[in-house]
Design a protein around this ligand. Sequence first.
Ligand code: ADP
Ligand code: MG
Length: 316
Amino acid sequence: MAEAVKVIVRCRPMNQREKDLKCEAVVEMVSNIGQCQLKKPKDRLQPPKIFTFDGAYYMDSTTETIYNDICFPLVEGVLEGYNGTVFAYGQTGCGKSFSMMGITDPPTQRGIIPRAFEHIFETIQVSENSKFLVHASYLEIYNEEIRDLLGKDHKTKLDLKEHPERGVYVKDLSKLPVNNVRECEKVMDLGGKNRSVGSTLMNADSSRSHSIFTINLEILDTGTSGGEHIRAGKLNLVDLAGSERQAKTGATGDRLKEATKINLSLSALGNVISALVDGKSKHIPYRDSKLTRLLQVSDNVVHVVHPILKLRYMES
Ligand code: ADP
Ligand code: MG
């Protein structure tokens, strides 16, 4: 199967502060054709800048719709033995966690991650001719160093290794068996707690690190006459660090070094996606960062949720 990348854009509603400031939205969307238009706040007569995506979701959109449109087919592929990745990209506060983790009320805004858990285990329950073995792992990349969020020691740095057949993997990374949605959520919570403990120890903020929650599926086909056959599928759910620029935040010293490393992974990711979307480049620069090396898998299908595209408000 060819590599396929889909990029969608989601615009969140204004928050209270923006409403209080009487901000004006400069983004418009023509959802049916995936178009996003940015108006110039100071010059209304200028034509808007137009960007086209595989999907454009405005302020009133729900994660349910986004899941059904974009994530559902991706997860179906994983259940057939392909690899898939979903991640959200954007500045801090633009709605990445809202899209990925979500809220429980209203149910239409439950996140992509819990929806993927449910989707996977519902399919497993009703499948008649296959048996599934499911393992979860959860890691963090901070300053280009990899740590196991399910391991005993948050300080141990893990190494990336390359296996001739299995490809790139993290040596000694914990893989916990999970049998249902509840167990997946428990593993996610455990890792989340370790993530904040670790960031406190390192005097960092968890929004400065990237985390990857991976669901590994081993699929044993039992119904076919040609004997047993095992396939493996993998779903990566990625929570990226905020993409804000450093010039603005005035970081110096360690903070600047850290920011440079975060941006290294983020810009490497941007380059990989451009090369994949472009379709012409023979060389996909996966090797440029740990994040992109890890997400590189031969038949990877990467879907990107990009909640906001340079959304700027005009203070009136
Ligand atoms: P990020 O993870 O990108 O830093 P968050 O997901 O934490 O940002 O979102 C920032 C705030 O905006 C949160 O309070 C969140 O609940 C709210 N928010 C984000 N997206 C939406 C949305 N589509 N609808 C309603 N509230 C949203
Ligand atoms: Mg967040």
